[in-house]
Design a protein around this ligand. Structure first.
Ligand SMILES: [Zn+2]
Length: 390
């Protein structure tokens, strides 16, 4: 997926009004704002990961850049695209600044005909310090097990994706195409403690690393990786995120959502978004008669949506339905559960935020507050797995 499609989503998410506080189970809400969990996006085509003994990771921080400045304690390095084609490696003793952020680790800069690629290289345990606080938010001591669960999921994702962007010269992107990595700026002492407390632990299924997808809020039930048109995996099945009639992620503001669209507005949105939503066909039309969910996933989300127009019908599949309804670059929060129409107004209803696959981060936080351990939490969302040393 192109970053251009991701940025509006990310920006829109950060632009949200302060979220409601997350209260401990049964108690009064705490003054702490709801954390801002992120999620991995639908994967673009990646290469086969290299599973081995590597403990360091190469992160693609900058791509196709015209120029780059990396300020290290010993030296300020300046690069310009088009000159000195090849690779420059920078070994440093201290932290370096690139853009507006400070990073641990060493660097390499690839200069090719398509510009500069800036790569930050560091031990995976240090990489996680720049990932975990962003992915699940800054949490409190009573939510420590949630930080540990997120650390193990993010570590598993990192190991599983070593070598997956090899043709680009690194392992993993620093944005939602993989996991958001913000270097040293966003490190948080409690998150770092959780990383250390779970040092080297990963999630395996039948002895192999799992694809550890996670998302903000499942809304009551998670979903299989089929929402991206991928084959189903035995450890990524739809599971209920509730106990004793209460949904763990219920305090998220995205627990239930509803968006309304006018018939004419939808004509223009659908014409504009059909390609990005990978509609099975695209054509011009001037009227929408009906929108019907013809098939659902096991977790209840729409699997196949058929739009009937005055010029024929077209179909959109799974998570791409969120893009079909995108308004001002903002996708639907999650895949709709239902769509109804009344007097020319279409009401789209859903529950949750994100793709719904794997670990639900808001549920993870609530479970931690209720005393579940990180192992119990991970096993609740990833079916039949074990937690082991890499
Ligand atoms: Zn949930």
């Amino acid at each position: 997926m192109q970053l251009i499609f991701l940025l509006p989503l990310v920006l829109a998410f950060f632009a949200c009004a302060p979220l409601p506080p997350l209260g401990p189970a049964g108690g009064p809400p705490s003054p702490q704002p709801e954390p801002k969990p992120q999620e991995q996006e639908e994967p673009e085509k990646a290469e086969e990961p290299q599973i081995g003994e590597r403990r360091i990771i190469d992160i693609g921080i900058g791509l196709r850049k015209e120029a780059a400045v990396i300020e290290c304690p010993e030296k300020k390095w300046e690069f310009k695209a088009g000159s000195n084609l090849g690779k420059t490696e920078i070994e440093t003793e201290g932290d370096c600044k690139y853009g507006d952020k400070i990073y641990r680790g060493n660097w390499s800069v690839l200069s090719t005909d398509s510009g500069l690629t800036i790569i930050n290289t560091l031990p995976i345990e240090d990489y996680l310090k720049g990932v975990v606080p962003h992915e699940i938010g800054r949490l409190k001591q009573e939510e420590f097990e949630a930080l540990k669960a997120q650390a193990v999921a993010a570590r598993t994702y990192a190991y599983h994706h070593l070598g997956s962007r090899k043709s680009q010269g690194f392992d993993i992107y620093a944005d939602t195409r993989d996991q958001v990595y913000n270097g040293k700026n966003e490190e948080d002492s409690l998150a770092s403690e959780a990383i250390l407390a779970t040092d080297g632990l990963v999630i395996k299924y039948n002895g192999s690393l799992i694809e550890a997808y996670y998302h903000s809020t499942c809304g009551g039930k998670t979903e299989t990786s089929e929402v991206w048109g991928q084959e189903s995996k035995p450890y990524l099945v739809a599971v209920s995120d509730s106990a004793n009639g209460r949904v763990f992620c219920e305090l998220s503001k995205y627990m239930k959502w509803e968006e309304k669209f006018g018939r004419e507005e939808l004509v223009s949105l659908f014409q504009k978004n059909a390609m990005d939503a990978r509609a099975d066909k695209t054509f011009s039309f001037s009227k929408i008669d009906q929108i019907i969910v013809t098939e659902k996933f096991p977790g209840g989300r729409a699997k196949r949506l058929v739009v009937f127009t005055n010029k024929g019908s077209f179909e959109v599949f799974g998570d791409r339905i969120r893009r079909l309804f995108a308004r001002e670059g903002k996708f639907l929060p999650s895949i709709p559960l239902n769509i109804s129409q009344d007097k020319g107004i279409f009401t789209v209803m859903g529950s949750g935020y994100g793709h719904g696959i794997g670990m639900c981060q808001m549920g993870t936080i609530a479970r931690a507050r209720e005393g579940q351990t990180f192992e119990q939490i991970l096993k609740a969302y990833y079916t039949g797995v074990s937690i082991e040393k890499y």
